[in-house]
Design a protein around this ligand. Structure first.
Ligand code: DON
Length: 305
């Protein structure tokens, strides 16, 4: 496995030149496009790490999986999915159009920004700080990494430039899709996106999901088998946004991307995978990350289909 991961890094080195590092959040624009990392956590707890696996990046949309799990634990899945749908969209992750044109009573799914902001509004806690702390603590527990925290600079950058998310949230508030304080829900959302991780952390999240909600290295149950099943299914249908279909055909693994350049993947009953490459395609997914997952899937026959 170690040799395979190292050759995957080597084979995809040239891909870092393709695509662009996200810059609509200005601080992400400072990301180094040459970084390429991969980590695998097997369900016996063994880990394999190669390339720039140790480089930290912000979770961005990968955090939507963390907040979805926590919201389901807090409110129950019936409640959560009465407020957010389960259907994929053929639109971009920050699309506004459907909310008005289709007169939706809830956003299509929890992986697009509109749905994720509603999910953030459901996380319990007496104060915004407490809600954010619960998300960070939950991420620390799943990754067995107590040093995980919010990158405050990225958070500031998101807060200052997040007008499109603000527009989505206020529109949803005007239609009673979102209730409570818009600014508080956005603060939770921006902060969860700014949680900083490395590829090993991400692969451990994938491993917990691959192991039906149980941490492979301690045997501790984190979420119910049912929640793990729901989350992995939504990752398959919506995790790569309007690239989810192509990703399912070529790679066939439940996965979630983030504009920080990471992709978290969970191969049921086999392994968790974290890949990192900050250059993105036009859909906001890591180009090298997708290719590395494709190579790994082919070599190890990982497609679930
Ligand atoms: O809200 C945003 O636009 C970012 N904080 C997260 C978007 C994202 O990661 C989309 N994923 N590929």
């Amino acid at each position: 496995m170690q040799g395979l991961l190292e050759s995957i890094i080597e084979n995809n080195k040239d891909l870092v030149k393709e695509g662009k590092v996200a810059s609509y959040i200005p601080l992400l624009g400072q990301g180094n496009p040459d970084h390429l990392g991969i980590a695998v956590t097997n369900l016996d707890g063994r880990e394999y790490l190669a390339g720039d696996w140790e480089v930290k990046y912000t979770m961005q949309s990968i955090s939507k999986v963390i907040s979805l799990m926590l919201a389901i634990m807090d409110k129950g899945s019936r409640n959560v999915f009465s407020k957010v749908g389960m259907e994929p969209t053929g639109d971009g992750f920050n699309s506004i159009v459907n909310l008005e044109v289709k007169k939706l009573s809830k956003p299509y799914n929890p992986m697009i920004n509109a749905g994720a902001i509603v999910i953030s509004s459901l996380i319990e806690g007496a104060t915004v700080e407490e809600r954010i702390k619960r998300i960070v603590t939950f991420a620390q527990k799943i990754t067995d990494n107590k040093s995980i925290r919010v990158n405050e600079e990225v958070y500031q950058s998101e807060q200052e430039t997040g007008d499109r998310n603000r527009a989505l949230a206020y529109f949803m508030k005007s239609n009673n899709i979102l209730t409570g304080s818009v600014e508080e829900s956005l603060e939770v959302y921006f902060k969860q996106c700014s949680i900083e991780v490395n590829s090993r952390d991400i692969s451990r999240i994938g491993a917990m999901l691959a192991n039906d909600g149980i941490l492979p290295w301690t045997g501790e149950r984190i979420i119910s088998r049912e929640t793990a099943r729901i989350v992995k299914t939504i990752m398959v249908t919506c995790g790569m946004y309007d690239e989810s279909g192509e990703f399912a055909v070529h790679i066939g693994i439940p996965a979630k991307s983030g504009v920080g350049g990471g992709i978290m993947a969970a191969v049921p009953r086999r392994m968790g995978i974290g890949v990192f490459g900050p250059s993105l395609d036009e859909k906001g997914n890591s180009i090298a990350g997708i290719k590395m997952l494709q190579e790994l899937s082919k070599e190890l026959d990982l497609s679930i289909f």
